[in-house]
Design a protein around this ligand. Structure first.
Ligand SMILES: Cc1cc2nc3c(=O)[nH]c(=O)nc-3n(C[C@H](O)[C@H](O)[C@H](O)COP(=O)(O)OP(=O)(O)OC[C@H]3O[C@@H](n4cnc5c(N)ncnc54)[C@H](O)[C@@H]3O)c2cc1C
Length: 322
């Protein structure tokens, strides 16, 4: 069975990011998954990679990946593509992942698909489903040249365990001078609260202009904390300065695809939908029964959020005590 290369993403602490095990699940549909691990820490990560079906883990334990952004990872993948002729290369559809995919496509003269929400296997080889035009159209796409390189959105594929050998295979790698054209001058780890990362969260609670003010928006944080969710916001909220821009969901913000997305006091403009409509279940709370968000919602609650959310908090509180 042909190998499928999966570029591992790691947290600042060197742990395997959830998107990596999602990619492994997708890779199993196409062939035998081989993880590509950059830098130290592969030994500690091996167990988790094995749990999700990695048969091999190519380990390039070089400082180049920490010292130079993105380019060395693309070079390493190009080296492995030449060596093992994989059926496909899967990377996370993150900012870094998409840049690596583009660079790798140029280096290997291959086609690249980004923003995939599903991986398909057909007669013509691996393909993808890509939402376009803010999700109004889903394109079914396939690479027709070279090695298919696919960047998959975090949270789009449910990770399913399957045992793998995760054999560690050391790889000799040294980045070229061209890959060292930009240098990492400093790393500052973002202060992380108790809440999950917005892009990786299973539940996202987002608030919109309906919250009325920065103070009103606090109810969104309260609901998110009660549900163990990440907080998101519409652009109306971030533009007004009620909540920081990094939490904006939508076309010009983050794209999320959680199991549950709650849109509270959000109208559902096309630009907002572009960032959340592949969520598995969508619940909307809005006082306007004509709000476009209800066209998308699996469950809609028509009402004032300042009446509905406190009742929800009560219910969640009661269930936690059971
Ligand atoms: C190029 C471009 C890019 C953009 N990118 C983004 C993006 O990335 N993300 C994004 O979100 N937007 C984006 N926008 C903006 C987008 O078009 C909308 O203006 C924005 O999403 C509206 O935010 P909102 O739904 O919070 O506000 P509104 O559209 O004002 O909706 C507020 C909603 O709250 C409801 N409401 C009010 N009070 C209450 C209450 N007490 N209880 C319950 N419901 C209540 C109202 O009925 C209404 O439906 C972009 C726009 C452009 C032009």
């Amino acid at each position: 069975m042909a190998e499928v290369l999966v570029l591992a993403e790691q947290t600042a602490d060197g742990e395997v990011k959830k998107v990596t095990v999602e990619l492994l699940t997708a890779a199993r549909r196409l062939g035998s998954p081989s993880v590509v691990w950059t830098g130290p820490g592969a030994g500690a990560a091996r167990g988790r990679l094995a749990e999700f079906g990695a048969q091999k883990v190519y380990v390039a334990d070089s400082a180049d990946f920490a010292d130079y952004p993105v380019a060395p990872a693309a070079e390493l993948l190009a080296q492995l593509v030449a060596e093992v002729s994989p059926a496909a290369v899967l990377v996370a559809g993150t900012t870094d992942g998409k840049e690596i995919a583009g660079r790798l496509a140029v280096k290997t003269n291959s086609g690249v698909l980004t923003d995939a929400v599903s991986i398909t296997e057909g007669d013509g080889g691996p393909g993808a489903e890509q939402p376009n035009f803010g999700g109004a159209i889903t394109a079914h796409t396939r690479v027709t040249k070279g090695t298919p390189i696919i960047a998959v959105r975090p949270n789009a594929i449910s990770a399913e365990p399957a045992a793998g050998a995760a054999e560690l295979v050391p790889v000799q790698f040294a980045a070229s001078d061209a890959a060292k054209a930009a240098t990492v001058t400093e790393r500052a780890v973002a202060e992380k609260g108790e809440r999950p990362d917005l892009a990786e969260a299973q539940i996202v609670v987002s608030g919109g202009r309906g919250t009325g003010s920065a103070d009103g928006f606090k109810i969104i944080e309260e609901l998110a904390d009660a549900l163990g969710a990440a907080v998101g916001a519409s652009r109306a909220v971030t533009d007004a300065g009620w909540y920081p821009h990094q939490f904006q969901v939508g076309q010009t913000g983050k794209t999320v695809s959680p199991q549950l997305y709650m849109a509270v006091g959000i109208s559902g403009a096309i630009q907002h939908r572009a960032g959340m409509q592949t969520s598995k279940t969508i619940i909307a709370i809005n006082k306007d029964p004509e709000a476009p968000i209800f066209e998308l919602a699996d469950l809609g609650i028509v009402g004032d959020l300042f009446t509905v959310v406190p009742q929800l908090l009560d219910e969640v509180g009661k269930r936690k005590q059971l």
